[in-house]
Design a binder for this molecule. Structure first.
Ligand code: XMP
Length: 333
């Protein structure tokens, strides 16, 4: 049997009972595969890697070593949240790496979107590999591969071109040879969430909106600067806070701020005030292949505009992106 093919008779995991059964099976399989050896996992804090972490902690406890790489392109509070949940909450064996300077130094003056993506992807592997080399006696690498990833690789193997180069922890250097542990590779995203909740991960975490691997790097358009990245991070935090306040977080699939590398003239305290615009994007989709624009109530847009322009240094306008996919992709880069 091809173990990368979902069996035709595999039940869709829609209930806690089915999730519990899946977890029990996977715990046994992982223990059988790994024995008393150590397993490494790149824990981004996204749904997939978090569910794999929780599952493996249940199966093998401290034999799992989670490495959280902060590439400096995380959203506000995100890395702190990963540490809080996994190190403090689940008592995970967690290595935290703040690689902000490594990434931002490499990205300095790079404005081409694909080059930026490639640099971030490659450096992520470098940082992770550096950590892996420091750890001895690790034989396994766990990955949050899910079934759509496998279907996507099949498509690419058949010669269909991806629109953007996506980033994940594939392709480690030759000297690092691990056997893979991929306990959720036959699951679709909705099933991963049901399994996550059955493992006791918080609802908000398991149902959180997708966040791209290159992070805020693809939302701080063009060549990234620290001040504009900081403004983007603060504006994005306000957007998320207000979406939570108005209950839109449950309704809208993905919402975020983009800050382009342009300035316009404004006025503040009776003086000329040049600043960047914050562009809000809020989309709904089922499969991310196409997306429609959410009709955000005017009052919410108004509140967000007021807060961002008053609270975020460097932003003097707020715009709402009305472009569906296609023609725009969800991310701007
Ligand atoms: P686009 O911009 O192609 O995005 O319409 C579709 C969905 O994919 C997310 N995205 C990524 N996810 N690594 C990821 O894991 C990436 O490099 C990446 N780039 C885009 C995007 O946020 C949207 O949900």
């Amino acid at each position: 049997m091809n173990c990368n093919k979902r069996p035709d008779n595999m039940d869709r995991i829609t209930t806690k009972e089915l999730a519990d059964k899946f977890i029990e099976e996977q715990v046994a399989l992982v223990r059988q595969q790994v024995g008393d050896k150590k397993v490494l996992l790149a824990l981004s804090g996204g749904v997939d890697s978090s569910v794999v972490a929780a599952l493996l902690i249940k199966a093998i406890g401290k034999q799992l070593i989670c490495v959280h790489v902060n590439h400096g392109l995380m959203r506000k509070g995100e890395s702190e949240g990963v540490i809080e949940m996994f190190q403090n909450g689940l008592d995970a064996n967690l290595v935290y790496v703040d690689a902000t300077d490594r990434f931002l130094d490499l990205l300095k003056d790079v404005s081409d979107p694909e080059k930026k993506r490639k640099i971030i992807g490659a450096e992520f592997i470098n940082v992770f590999a550096d950590e892996a080399r420091k750890l001895t006696e690790v034989d396994f690498l766990a990955q949050g591969t899910i079934y759509p990833d496998i279907l996507e690789s099949i498509k690419q193997a058949e010669g269909k071109k991806a629109v953007k180069s996506h980033h994940n922890v594939g392709g480690l250097p030759e000297d690092l040879k691990f056997e893979l542990v991929e306990p959720i590779k036959l699951l679709f995203k909705d099933e991963v969430r049901v399994v996550g909740e059955a493992l006791g991960l918080p609802h908000a975490m398991v149902y959180r909106q997708p966040f791209p691997g290159p992070g805020l790097g693809v939302r701080c358009l063009g060549a990234i600067t620290r001040d504009r990245l900081h403004a983007l991070r603060e504006a994005d935090a306000i957007l998320r806070e207000e979406f939570d306040n108005y209950g839109l977080n449950e309704k809208v699939w993905q919402y975020f701020v983009v800050v382009p590398d342009i300035k316009s003239v404004g006025v503040k305290n009776e003086s000329r005030y040049e600043g960047w615009p914050a562009i809000i994007r809020a989309v709904n989709t089922t499969d991310a292949m196409s997306a429609t624009i959410e009709e955000i109530p005017y009052a919410v847009l108004h509140k967000i505009t007021e807060r961002i322009t008053h609270e975020v240094e460097g932003i003097n306008r707020v715009l709402y992106d009305l472009t569906p996919k296609p023609i725009g992709t969800i991310e701007w880069e």
